[in-house]
Design a protein around this ligand. Structure first.
Ligand code: ADE
Length: 227
């Protein structure tokens, strides 16, 4: 998978995309992530990429020209499955969407900034708008990092134990069951006996029952969606 990110503040993306599972996935060539500065496509001598919005509202808007040039250049080099824009107006990210995105070959993610981007970019160049929740961030970079993190960990080989992504919370519309590690008894706080019984079938049944119990208690909406 190849991901191209277009950003006005690329520095914001460097740390989240250079550690842990994503770092390993890049090293293993499971994913290529290219972070581009939109300013590189600015024709302005001061590398400006924003301008005042038309109308009475105050605030700066990302201009269409550098973004059009950036997307056109990328799309002339290869085919992209999605040109995504991160925005609070978009479709809300969930596990199902991350699963679907993880099947893509190449994607572009455009990060919004300032007051937003010229509407014509959204009308003519963007194929999908994604929100990570009902709140407003300063820019789309952190949202892009969240989307990429949730997608890359699903790519085959990205996690050392491939099955662990399948047992994630939400993967089957259930929260994950509780997990424990040693010591089995910490100051009298004990791990459930069943987990140290060695009976794998019973442990699986217990985990399924706990996942259901936890979902019913904390996120009953997930169960209702399936009824
Ligand atoms: N940009 C600003 N806020 C955002 C959000 N909630 N989701 C995605 N992109 C955003």
């Amino acid at each position: 998978m190849r991901i191209d990110i277009l950003s006005a503040v690329p520095e914001l993306l460097e740390s989240p995309l250079n550690h842990s599972i994503i770092k390993r996935a890049k090293e293993k060539s499971i994913v290529e992530i290219h972070i581009h500065n939109i300013r590189d496509w600015s024709k302005d001598k001061y590398k400006r990429i924003d301008d005042y919005s038309f109308g009475p509202d105050a605030g700066m808007v990302l201009q269409i020209e550098p973004i059009y040039d950036a997307i056109t250049e990328l799309c002339s080099a290869r085919k992209y499955d999605h040109v995504i824009y991160t925005s609070p107006d978009g479709e809300r990210l969930n596990q199902k969407m991350s699963n679907t995105l993880s099947l893509s070959g190449n994607i572009i993610i455009l990060c919004g900034h300032y007051k937003g981007i010229d509407q014509r970019i959204r009308d003519f160049l963007i194929t999908k708008e994604i929100s990570i929740g009902d709140y407003v961030l300063t820019g789309g970079e952190l949202a892009a990092a969240v989307i990429i993190d949730s997608v890359v960990r699903l790519l085959p080989g990205a996690m050392s134990d491939e099955t662990s992504a399948l047992t994630d919370t939400f993967q089957d519309d259930l929260l994950a069951p509780p997990i424990y590690t040693r010591p089995a008894d910490f100051k009298g706080w004990k791990v459930p006996d069943i987990l140290i019984s060695g009976d794998h079938k019973k442990i699986k049944d217990w985990q399924e029952a706990e996942a259901y119990k936890r979902t019913k208690l904390l996120r009953p909406d997930l169960l209702e969606e399936n009824e």
